[in-house]
Design a protein. Structure first.
Length: 277
């Protein structure tokens, strides 16, 4: 497959109607899937998160289970290119509806796929700044990947305009949460510190894999807690992670520098094994 490809409810190059609630109201969820040779990596972790998002939004379950949606997305991609390797974005909206917020009595969710070929091989470490944009807390949607990403869009745009690679997103109290598109880890000694996602943040599939498996496999402990100023000052290493890039080392956040690479390099070497978890 030479370039990007799009499908709406399995139909190639179909259009999304202007009354789609995802388009009008950000009424939906999405998953960004890394695909290698036609296979979605870390599928069960994506299914788990998508399932929660669909349940929280109250989408009808019949025929629209998270597993069915991701399997159908994989099948659609394979039918176009059996050996496809790249990034597959699955967007699930509530479908079309009348004007206004009220959920229609009859819902027909819409599945939108966008495939971008190629693998993101990011070798240079990220140089970050703490964004002035705060990520609004909403524990009801804990960990879900909702369509509305305005805070991340503005934070990343401001950071890039200032010459940074990305930005640290903070909650309303100023505590670090994540980068604009990845979960955040600091390493202090043999401990990986990652912020909680009970109030704000995304339940990242790679964050979960590191916490559940890779940290212990490599001989480290994981502490899920607020990152303090002392943690930042003491940290030897920092990185972000997501499904597409995997592990990306963070060289600095404003005046704080993180020179070491031992854990992030080890995690990068392990990350392809996630497909079997």
């Amino acid at each position: 497959m030479a370039g990007e490809a799009f499908w709406v409810n399995g139909v190639a190059n179909a259009e999304v109607p202007p009354d789609d609630r995802g388009l009008c109201l950000a009424d939906g969820v999405f998953e960004t899937l890394r695909v290698e040779l036609g296979v979605v990596l870390c599928k069960q972790r994506h299914v788990k998160r998508l399932d929660r998002g669909l349940q929280v939004l109250g989408f009808p379950a019949s025929g629209n289970t998270a597993l069915a949606l991701i399997n159908e997305a994989e099948k659609t991609l394979r039918s176009a290119a059996a050996d496809a390797t790249g990034t597959l974005r699955l967007t699930v909206t509530r479908g079309s509806g009348p004007r206004g917020y009220k959920v229609p009595e009859k819902q027909f969710p819409r599945s939108i796929l966008r495939f971008s070929p190629g693998i993101y091989n990011v070798e240079s470490p990220a140089v970050l700044t703490v964004s002035r944009v705060r990520w609004s807390a909403q524990p009801f949607f804990q960990g879900c990947k909702l369509l509305a990403r305005t805070e991340q869009v503005v934070a990343l745009d401001e950071a890039c305009r200032k010459g940074f690679t990305d930005a640290i997103m903070c909650d309303s109290s100023g505590s670090w949460v994540s980068t604009t598109s990845g979960n955040l880890f600091l390493r202090v000694g043999t401990c990986f510190i990652t912020p909680p996602i009970t109030e704000v943040g995304i339940a990242g599939t790679r964050r979960e894999a590191i916490s559940d498996h890779w940290a212990a496999f490599l001989g480290y402990q994981v502490s899920v807690r607020e990152i303090t100023a002392d943690d930042v000052a003491m940290a030897e290493e920092a990185w972000s992670c997501n499904a597409v890039v995997g592990i990306r080392r963070i060289a600095s956040v404003d005046d704080a520098n993180f020179p070491e690479t031992v854990a992030s390099e080890a995690l990068s070497a392990c990350i392809h094994e996630e497909s079997s978890l």
